[in-house]
Design a protein around this ligand. Structure first.
Ligand code: NDP
Length: 331
């Protein structure tokens, strides 16, 4: 079975040299086990944190060991009573072709509602992150003004649509003309800022939110957070989901320089990790299914083929190669 291992820890931007492909033998399965062949795997910005030395809220990846992450595969052999050959399952052992399991931490999935890979995106971890951030952290009320950074990404694009479904005014930011077009056209948000073509993000945000913003869904940190604090209304909320602009930093980031605005504007700023909210998963799924069925949530996938191209797909997240959820199809 082919697998991708961490060859070295990135210093700044990750490169292909930080990864290596190896081949390992999979031992025969025992009673109570089943064998899965991965068909899809997810690459996610949080994996950059796991490539650093030292555990954060998730353990660090080890050098010369395979990476891990969300994946969807088919059971190809089973000696387990509840997982049968041909079943699709969601697991956490991406970055490899095959894995053996006793079923712990593995979720059966069906393609009745959406293609199976949607359980790595809109119906999975990234969709739920958007939902938790707005419903559990921001307690978003109807008709608020919401700013979402990395708005065309997996989490951001779902956050934009959940907010639109609550009749909010939604302003997004993204880094490419094609993404701007998709967000204002297909996704239908109210205004989009191309942050790469703006030298004053605060001015751009203020222009689109003359009455201020009530909620900032932060995927980016740095200058985006600084602009959001500047334009935030009193008693507004910053949902701290991620800060991708800092993940490859070799020096601590300078912005936000205006953190005192949290005090003067009585801003509530709260970070969260989606994994802490798994007890809400049923409610999330019910609501997301209903949003999908009523066409209030649509999604896009960027697909790279071949396990050997997973490192490139991961690296591409930091240059914005993806529109919507970045996936790797394992042939
Ligand atoms: P995305 O699909 O949004 O992919 C990353 C996107 O970020 C890129 O497409 C790129 O879009 C943008 N980006 C990359 N570098 C920068 C930069 N320096 N400045 C501004 N934008 C940048 O990834 P996800 O949806 O999976 O993740 C989005 C965020 O959510 C991340 O910060 C991630 O860590 C966080 N997250 C948090 C979770 C939690 O539990 N708290 C769970 C899951 C994700 P563009 O072309 O617009 O630059």
């Amino acid at each position: 079975s082919k697998q991708i291992e961490l060859a070295s820890r990135p210093d700044g931007e990750p490169t292909e040299a930080n990864f290596k492909q190896t081949v390992v033998e999979i031992p025969p399965i025992a009673d109570g086990e089943f064998l899965v062949k991965n068909e899809w795997m997810s690459v996610d910005p949080y994996m950059r944190g796991r490539m650093k030395a030292g555990d954060s809220y998730v353990p660090a990846f080890s050098i010369d060991q395979p990476l891990e992450g969300g994946c969807i595969g088919k059971v190809v052999e089973s000696r387990h009573t509840s997982f049968k050959e041909g079943d699709y399952v969601l697991g956490t052992l991406g970055w490899r072709e095959y894995w053996t399991s006793t079923g712990e931490g593995v979720t059966p999935i069906s393609s009745d509602l959406a293609p199976v890979q949607a359980y790595l995106g809109v119906l999975g971890m990234t969709g739920m992150t958007a939902w938790v951030g707005l419903n559990r952290i921001a307690n978003l009320s109807n008709n608020s003004t919401v700013f979402v950074s990395a708005a065309s990404g997996a989490v951001g694009s779902v956050a934009c649509q959940i907010a639109k479904a609550k009749d909010c005014r939604v302003i997004g930011s993204a880094g490419q003309p094609s993404k701007i077009e998709w967000l204002s056209g297909k996704i239908g948000i109210d205004a989009v800022i191309n942050y790469k073509e703006t030298d004053d993000l605060t001015a751009a945000l203020r222009e689109h939110a003359p009455d201020g913003i009530d909620v900032y869904f932060d995927n980016v940190g740095g200058d985006h957070l600084e602009a959001a604090l500047e334009v935030m209304n009193d008693f507004g909320c910053c949902v701290e989901c991620g800060m991708i602009s800092t993940y490859n930093a070799t020096e601590p980031p300078a912005a936000p320089r205006n953190l005192f605005k949290v005090v003067s504007k009585r801003i509530r700023m709260q970070g969260f990790i989606v994994r802490d909210h798994m007890s809400d998963q049923e409610e999330f799924t019910r609501e997301m299914v209903s949003l999908i069925k009523s066409d209030k949530v649509v999604w896009e996938e960027s697909i790279v083929s071949g396990l050997e191209n997973a490192p490139a797909a991961f690296i591409g997240l930091f240059s914005g190669d993806n529109l919507g959820k970045q996936l790797v199809r394992i042939d």
